[in-house]
Design a protein around this ligand. Structure first.
Ligand code: HEM
Length: 334
């Protein structure tokens, strides 16, 4: 079943009019008087009493009697394709999270993406590992006009034909702020120890977005409330607590999409409506390609302890990542 988050719950502390939205994590219930946005929320309703690990059972050091599986709900029974797929090295995707039609299409996509010979990376250090598989699945979900490896039919005009508005772009930035706040809080909190690997990667965007929103405010623009991004933020919070492989998929796609197509979109939008002003959202301290490579290495390390089934489960989440991010992207032209 394609499980989507319930109706967005927009908490008062998200209000962009309050300084708390511009400085505070969305999952905190109350702004800290000292404005320290790294202070973590309680999440007590989610907490389990035992620590959870981003590792599979085979690599756990716990005795089986004490092993507490981290991943999600039981997978459904094998499909009619399992006889064929069982012989395939990937032994694909048994999950309850997609409806049948989508499931078949997605299964085909992941089989195809993960069996496609990985292109040799031109960039030093970008070879091998699970990130190549994540990237291959993501690239196939692009349309041809978005990226040359894309395979989807376009259902909307290419970015070059977009007619963005400042109001729409602000909605996009506000929703992104909420999503990045959420991701950054999740890795600080580290419900699964492996999330802690992704603290302070240098890819964080929250503080940069605060500066951008403040700039727009200074220009006299009204900063809107978050909209579709609130559903995504809520979904990410839940996923991070119960399904680390799926969460890591979103983590990868959000940060890497922004550093690739996202930057190109930002440039084109700025040319059209901001007199080419480069926002902080598109600036990183240090060498971006090195920061990205460091995160790829960490992702590869974390995924190296996953079973094939867990890896496939992660890959399978890519489509949902595109769906949610696509909704936020469309705000630019809303
Ligand atoms: C209009 C929408 C989009 C455009 C124009 C676009 C464009 C691009 C381009 C040009 C690349 C670089 C391809 C290359 O390395 O040769 C890229 C990479 C990528 N995109 Fe997108 N994209 C869009 C939406 C998305 C969305 C919604 C997601 C997922 C949330 C996404 C995820 C990725 C990922 C994971 C990469 C790989 C980055 C890397 O390897 O460093 N993209 N995209």
């Amino acid at each position: 079943m394609l499980v989507l988050a319930a109706t967005p719950k927009i908490n008062g502390s998200h209000s962009p009019y309050s300084s708390s939205f511009l400085s505070q994590s969305p999952v905190s219930q109350k702004p800290k008087p000292n404005g320290n946005n790294l202070t973590l929320p309680s999440f007590s309703s989610y907490h389990s009493s035992s620590p959870r690990h981003c590792i599979n059972m085979a690599s756990s050091t716990l005795p089986i009697s004490q092993y507490r599986p981290f991943s999600a709900p039981p997978r459904p029974s094998p499909s009619p394709f399992s006889a064929f797929l069982g012989t395939h090295r990937l032994r694909l995707l048994r999950t309850p999270r997609v409806v049948v039609g989508n499931w078949l299409a997605l299964r085909a996509l992941v089989v195809s993406a993960t069996t496609t010979k990985m292109p040799k990376r031109q960039t030093p250090g970008r070879t091998g590992g699970f990130v190549d598989e994540m990237r291959a699945v993501a690239m196939k979900l692009h349309t041809r006009d978005q990226a040359k490896e894309g395979e989807k039919e376009p259902d909307s005009p290419p970015v070059s034909k977009w007619e963005p508005s400042v109001d729409g772009y602000l909605r996009f930035l506000v929703d992104n702020k909420l999503v990045y706040d959420t991701l950054e809080t999740i890795v600080q909190k580290a419900a699964y120890p492996c999330y802690a690997e992704f603290r302070n990667t240098g890819l964080e965007r929250s503080k940069n977005l605060v500066q951008d929103l403040e700039w727009f405010k200074d220009q006299g623009h009204t900063i809107p409330e978050p909209s579709v991004g609130a559903s995504y933020a809520h979904y990410l919070e839940e996923l991070s607590e119960k399904d680390p492989q799926a969460f890591i998929c979103h983590f990868y796609n959000i940060y890497f999409a922004h550093s690739a197509g996202g930057r190109m979109i930002g440039r084109k939008v700025a040319e059209k409506i901001l007199d080419s002003k480069e926002l902080q959202f598109y600036k990183w301290d240090g060498d971006l390609s090195q920061l990205l490579q460091n995160v790829r290495d960490k992702l590869n390390r974390v995924a190296s302890s996953w079973s094939r089934e867990e890896k496939d489960h992660c890959l399978e989440e890519t489509e949902k990542s595109f769906k949610y991010s696509g909704e936020i992207l469309r705000l630019i032209v809303s």
